[in-house]
Design a protein around this ligand. Structure first.
Ligand SMILES: Cc1cc2nc3c(=O)[nH]c(=O)nc-3n(C[C@H](O)[C@H](O)[C@H](O)COP(=O)(O)OP(=O)(O)OC[C@H]3O[C@@H](n4cnc5c(N)ncnc54)[C@H](O)[C@@H]3O)c2cc1C
Ligand code: SF4
Ligand code: SF4
Ligand code: SF4
Length: 412
């Protein structure tokens, strides 16, 4: 066998870095592709052609086929809406802050937690926390592809030392860890986050660059799920090096509109084999979407509600213990509401690739983000025409459309 040119078809690669972790000669480096996604790069001089990377890669077509063919869960997950009882922890987490309660439990048993922190304004990485002070930086979603480094090796080291370990990440990373370990460990708690995809790092970089130019200030970091306003409008807070900050809600924010609209996700995410039941982790954490004001008006909605799935006996037992200890509030029997609130791609099967993804990624190489954004959202197709939304013609077209609907009803 010759050195692999690429380990798996690039469009299937999730950037999980399992190949780099299994390579016995450290011949694989994860690098950023021109489109801003993590991909493996093989150093042919260090490669001994053992084939381990190709054999282990979860995105190999044959393996993917097997994964996709797996039937749905034999056991249905227990579903909860939940939040941490400590207000500070709750407000500093993306949704309900249940991740922090799980971590607290692991630390109390002498264990450690692997999760993601910012390690620069446009890069997020896996790291290990040994206590609640170190855990603080892991709180909050970093909407970018986290760099795994050699995290699967590090997890195994801790397990071999007999420690309790919590690993929290996207499903593809949790799955990669399972494949790396090749056996179950009683002391390992796997937590996957509901994930509709990771956006291109080029998008994040363009966003930061243009924001710094327009404000004339250096950005220190971004907090994607600031709860100063209403959690359901999720506000993006930009914190500047001079200590000042600015917040924009979802609808006004270029990055969030492109991310949530799936315009620039990693290609593998559009057909994610993990967006289904059974989930890959013992516990799954996500946001609780839907019309909560109507369904659960007594929940602390503005502070953020987590959707929590207990998938394995281990996950179920732990959540019951946390609930009994009083560190979290968990409201049971909400599976239908939880699923209804999520777009299909989060839990069930993925959506089709949007036609303008390639165009957006290409444009990110040399066009300004504000220009790309303008081209995407400033025009709308109206019958055979593409009209500028601010034009008189567009407004007139919409008045006519409303009149037509009122008197003749919908044509479909
Ligand atoms: C890229 C991305 C997309 C997401 N998409 C959805 C979605 O479509 N629907 C939904 O319901 N929820 C989504 N989430 C999950 C959600 O935002 C929260 O992470 C989740 O609800 C847990 O919240 P929490 O309050 O319990 O914990 P928090 O303290 O907010 O965070 C929990 C954990 O998230 C991990 N994390 C943060 N950023 C990353 C990252 N880039 N890669 C891997 N792990 C990370 C941290 O390690 C930490 O362990 C997404 C998260 C990410 C990072
Ligand atoms: S999917 Fe993971 S293991 Fe496969 S090539 Fe990509 S980074 Fe490597
Ligand atoms: S074939 Fe073996 S040595 Fe070469 S990159 Fe893959 S795992 Fe490493
Ligand atoms: S959508 Fe799937 S492939 Fe993409 S980051 Fe999330 S878990 Fe990984």
């Amino acid at each position: 066998m010759s050195s692999p040119k690429y380990i798996t078809p690039p469009q299937e690669c999730t950037g999980c870095a399992l190949c780099a972790n299994v390579c016995s000669t450290d011949a694989i480096n994860m690098v950023w592709s021109g489109d801003g996604f993590l991909v493996p790069q093989v150093n042919v001089n260090a490669c001994i052609n053992c084939g381990a990377c190709v054999r282990t890669c979860p995105a190999q077509p044959a393996h993917l086929e097997k994964l996709r063919a797996e039937s749905s869960a034999t056991e249905t997950p227990e579903a909860y809406g939940g939040w941490h009882k400590d207000k500070d922890i709750h407000l500093n987490s993306s949704s309900g802050g249940v991740f922090s309660a799980l971590a607290e439990h692991i630390f109390a048993a002498g264990g450690c937690v692997f999760g993601v922190v910012w390690s620069g304004k446009d890069i997020a990485r896996y790291t290990k926390a040994e206590n609640m002070a170190e855990l603080a930086a892991m709180r909050g979603s970093k909407y970018t592809q986290a760099v795994p480094g050699m995290v699967y090796r590090d997890v195994k080291e801790e397990l071999k030392r007999g420690r309790q370990v919590l690993f929290c990440g996207t499903s593809c990373q949790v799955y990669a860890l399972k494949r790396y370990l090749r056996k179950d460990y009683e002391k390992l708690l796997l937590v996957d986050i509901l994930c509709h995809g990771v956006p291109s790092r080029s998008l994040l970089q363009a966003y930061i660059r243009e924001f710094e130019v327009s404000t004339g200030k250096e950005l220190e970091r971004i907090q994607f799920r600031d709860k100063a306003g209403n959690w359901q409008q999720y506000q993006v807070k930009k914190i500047f090096a001079d200590g000042s900050s600015l917040g924009h809600i979802n609808r006004q924010d270029m990055f969030i509109r492109l991310f949530v609209g799936d315009y620039a996700l990693n290609k593998a995410c559009y057909a994610c084999p993990h967006a289904r039941f059974p989930r890959v982790g013992d516990i799954t954490l996500g946001d609780f979407w839907g019309d909560l004001q109507k369904l659960h008006p007594d929940w602390p909605i503005p502070d953020g509600i987590g959707s929590i799935l207990a998938n394995s006996p281990k996950g179920k037992a732990l959540l019951q213990r946390l609930s009994a200890s009083g560190s979290v509030t968990l409201v049971a029997d909400v599976l239908d509401n939880l699923i209804d609130g999520q777009r299909p791609t989060y839990i069930r099967h993925a959506e089709a690739l949007p036609p303008n993804r390639e165009q957006v990624l290409r444009a990110l190489r040399d066009e300004k983000l504000c220009q790309i954004y303008h081209n995407l959202f400033a025009y709308e197709r109206c019958g055979p025409f593409r009209l500028r939304k601010s034009s008189l013609l567009y407004k007139a077209y919409n008045v006519l459309r409303r009149i037509k609907r009122r008197f003749f009803g919908r044509s479909h």
